[in-house]
Design a protein around this ligand. Structure first.
Ligand code: GDP
Ligand code: MN
Length: 388
């Protein structure tokens, strides 16, 4: 469960971190009057659970209350990275001396929490890690010991952080860790954690994810958040999927995926990535693929980034010809413009393959790997034509 930035900051404030003074608003007039109350330079920040708002023009530093009115009108109601902006955080601008990255998160590979820290804050940490892995410092944690003070300070010194900043940053990290533990978070990320020109350490951004398995014992915390319990968030398409009873997760690639069962879908996503492609979605449809084929396909194709479609069915108890019949009907109804690659295995595959060949004039691939590579090639080909 992803919290909005202002909710994350509220929680960070409760564990002792400094956060900028601000107000949450949902119309331009309120934004302007918040700016006037706060005084001086303010930052207008779209409250959505997607990141990289800065790059998308959804975080704006503004000098006057009049200008805030215009900026608020521009951002409120707009769609940013697939999310509709319903509220705006208007905050006192911070004078930044340096931007740091700090996070405590679950590390599934290490089967423990991990502290991540970098002096290259304000940037996408994955990009920093790819270009300069030596600049991302990690400390695996043991929940029985908590955040070890000496090791934390050593890490901060090794990261190149200015000596006078080590103590206040270590204190901020202790708060971040405490929130991670007490809120049953899977992620508490502050990027940037800022050292101001006055030497104060301030959380300028906040991303907090609460483990959905813990929401039952975190109801006081969730109900006590400003703005109330988060709706669950998600992109417009993800919400649409949820309304139709489909577990759909929007990804940032271009190969649309329709497979049966979560396991096969995950395998398909892995195979796409393995062959150098990028999946556009996760979508779980099970044996009921037959009845949900049309809304499922509609959802997959509604993602504007989709340039090709990969259908991967594998049936044991659930018959693949029944699933395929549903999908073929959906394709006949929706007439997608993107190329489609099929691969079908298991119970009913002979009938299923015949169905696809006859009704759609498409030959399914014998091997999943070949279907995956064809779908990736289609996606790349389309992209080239579009950009040419
Ligand atoms: P994100 O792009 O969604 O991660 O949004 P952030 O809240 O991290 O803001 C993006 C960037 O805007 C930050 O890394 C800062 O460089 C800048 N920024 C945000 N708030 C302030 C502020 O109060 N003062 C200044 N000078 N820059 C800010
Ligand atoms: Mn940020």
């Amino acid at each position: 469960m992803n919290l909005l930035e202002h909710q994350g900051k509220y929680l960070l404030g409760s564990v002792g971190l400094s956060v900028p003074q601000g107000q949450i608003v949902d119309d331009a007039e309120a934004a302007a009057s918040a700016a006037a109350t706060l005084g001086g330079r303010v930052v207008c920040k779209a409250q959505i659970t997607a990141g990289k708002r800065g790059k998308s023009g959804a975080v704006r530093i503004v000098d006057s209350a009049d200008a805030v009115h215009d900026v608020a009108r521009e951002i409120l109601g707009a769609e940013v990275n697939g999310h509709r902006v319903e509220s705006l955080l208007v905050e006192q601008a911070v004078d930044i001396a340096s931007e740091l990255y700090a996070a405590v998160l679950d590390d599934p590979a290490g089967k423990s929490p991990v502290l991540l820290f970098s002096t290259a804050g304000g940037m996408d940490i994955e990009e920093v890690n790819a270009a300069h892995p030596e600049r991302v410092h990690r400390l695996p944690l043991d929940v029985r010991d908590g955040l070890p003070e000496a090791a934390t300070r050593e890490l901060l010194v090794a990261s190149g952080l200015d000596r006078p900043d080590v103590a206040p940053v270590a204190e901020a990290l202790a708060g971040i860790y405490r929130l991670y533990r007490e809120a049953d978070a899977s992620l508490v990320e502050v990027n940037p954690l800022v050292v101001t020109t006055d030497g104060a350490v301030v959380a300028v951004d906040a991303k907090v994810t609460i483990d959905p398995a813990s929401t039952h014992r975190q109801s006081d915390l969730l109900d006590g958040l400003p703005g109330g319990r988060p709706s669950g968030g998600g992109t417009d398409l993800e919400r649409r999927g949820a309304e139709q009873g489909l577990s759909y997760i929007e990804l940032d690639g271009d190969v649309g995926v329709l497979a049966n069962g979560a396991g096969l879908t995950m395998t398909t996503l892995d195979a796409i990535t393995h062959f150098g492609g990028r999946p556009a979605n996760f979508l779980e449809i099970g044996g009921d693929a037959y009845t949900k084929a049309t809304p499922a396909l509609e959802l997959v194709l509604s993602n504007p980034r989709v340039r090709s479609l990969l259908v991967n069915f594998c049936g044991a108890f659930a018959r693949t010809d029944v699933m395929t019949d549903g999908v073929v009907r959906a394709i006949e109804e929706l007439r997608p413009e993107v190329p489609i690659s099929f691969t079908i295995h298991g119970t009913g595959e002979v009938e299923a393959i015949e169905l696809v060949r006859e009704r759609l004039g498409v030959q399914p691939y014998d091997l999943m790997d070949d279907a995956v590579q064809a779908a990736i090639a289609d996606a790349h080909r389309e992209t080239e034509e579009v950009s040419a």
